[in-house]
Design a protein around this ligand. Structure first.
Ligand SMILES: NC(=O)c1ccc[n+]([C@@H]2O[C@H](COP(=O)([O-])OP(=O)(O)OC[C@H]3O[C@@H](n4cnc5c(N)ncnc54)[C@H](OP(=O)(O)O)[C@@H]3O)[C@@H](O)[C@H]2O)c1
Length: 245
């Protein structure tokens, strides 16, 4: 089934905390959403239910993005539902602490294959569709300010996010002028609806704007990039100035 008149977004990781808020905001901009989830079936179902209030034709599919074959399969399913692709949001990600001298091969795979390899093959599949289309399309990758910092005990995660920022520049150059490719690097985002969290001790002192990020701060950056026509290959830090330290 195809919706020629309505813009379409393919998004990975919309079952995530921030991911869901981004997906809902994009639907609110008049897009149909096709999103993937991996292990959180219940959260994915809730996301789909909320999306369909705004965008009834939205769809979801299970996909482990650490496996290129599953990404290709998700795009085949996408193709059965939608006839165009205007926007890719590559948000699927794993995040956990790994002590440098004790990182296992399994942890390396679960972090780097999900975050970096998964983003690469998702972008590759999206580009194959977008480059065939007669209109400008966009990709937004989700990285992290930690890509430009040296955090102790997060080596596979931060390396994967640095890699995503470099992939962003590579795809931006190689797919220009047909696809605009940018990355959003959030700082610590914490104010999810219905949840109050205390920031970790000392964190606010490293943030010049003296608060943690809100999902709406990220949504604002996504909307900005969805409108922009002359920005590509950039990383936008949405971090309250965290990178100034
Ligand atoms: N929230 C923050 O403070 C923050 C800060 C910096 C950067 N970011 C980045 O912003 C993005 C969105 O964050 P978030 O808060 O939504 O993250 P999250 O709550 O941790 O959600 C992670 C998402 O990635 C998906 N995922 C994990 N492993 C996967 C796999 N192997 N295959 C497919 N999907 C997989 C999860 O799906 P399932 O649960 O269904 O498996 C979930 O939808 C991420 O890229 C994150 O790194 C977030």
């Amino acid at each position: 089934m195809s919706f020629p008149g309505k813009k379409v977004c393919f998004m990975t990781g919309a079952s995530g905390k921030l991911g869901r808020e981004v997906a809902l905001a994009i639907a609110g901009q008049g897009y149909s959403i096709f999103f993937t989830w991996n292990s959180s079936e219940e959260q994915a179902g809730e996301t789909l239910e909320q999306l369909r209030w705004v965008s009834p034709e939205s769809q979801m599919a299970r996909c482990d993005v650490s496996k290129a074959g599953e990404i290709a399969e998700a795009f085949r399913t996408f193709g059965h539902h939608f006839g165009r692709l205007d926007l890719l949001i590559a948000s699927a990600s794993n995040f956990y602490r790994t002590d440098l001298l004790e990182v296992t091969e399994e942890q390396w795979h679960s972090l780097v294959d999900t975050n970096l390899k998964g983003t690469f093959f998702t972008m590759q599949e999206a580009a194959k569709i977008m480059l065939r289309q007669p209109f400008l399309s966009r990709m937004i990758t989700m990285s992290d300010v930690s890509a430009g910092l040296v955090w102790r005990n997060f080596a596979p995660y931060t390396v994967s996010k640095s890699g995503i920022q470099h992939l962003t520049r590579i795809f931006a150059k190689d797919t220009a002028p047909r696809i605009l490719v940018n990355s959003i690097a959030p700082g610590t985002i914490s104010a999810y609806p219905g949840r109050e969290e205390e920031p970790e001790p000392g964190l606010l002192e490293k943030i010049p704007l003296q608060r943690l990020g809100d999902p709406m701060d990220i949504v604002g950056a996504v909307k900005f990039l969805m409108e922009s026509e002359y920005i590509t290959g950039q990383v936008i830090n949405v971090d309250g100035g965290r990178m100034l330290y």
